[in-house]
Design a protein around this ligand. Structure first.
Ligand SMILES: [Zn+2]
Length: 96
């Protein structure tokens, strides 16, 4: 019989926690009309050189062969433009 009581208490705690969570979110939505929210607009894009995902906000855009690419950093942009394109698949990777 005690078990039912424990379950009831746990259930009540969960409901209470959810309520607090929702009220917190709604309060945040109402008051966050500042500029900090814009940071969430940063979408993740993949670097064509090293295939690493990074937020477009910190990306480096560079033109290679009349096409615009976005790189994760200066190093990748340099490598990419030196080669003149994306790394080709199946390129021999033997020990040189
Ligand atoms: Zn990269």
């Amino acid at each position: 019989m005690i078990r039912i009581l424990i379950y009831a208490v746990i259930f009540y705690v969960i409901i209470y926690a959810l309520k607090g969570l929702f009220s917190g979110i709604s309060r945040r939505m109402g008051g966050a009309r500042g500029g900090a929210v814009e940071a969430l607009d940063d979408e993740m894009i993949v670097c064509p050189e090293c295939e690493t995902y990074f937020p477009s906000g910190i990306g480096l855009s560079r033109r290679v062969r009349r096409e615009r690419f976005r790189f994760c950093g200066e190093e990748c942009a340099g490598k990419f433009s030196l080669r003149g394109g994306p790394p080709s698949e199946g390129e021999s990777e033997g020990e040189g």
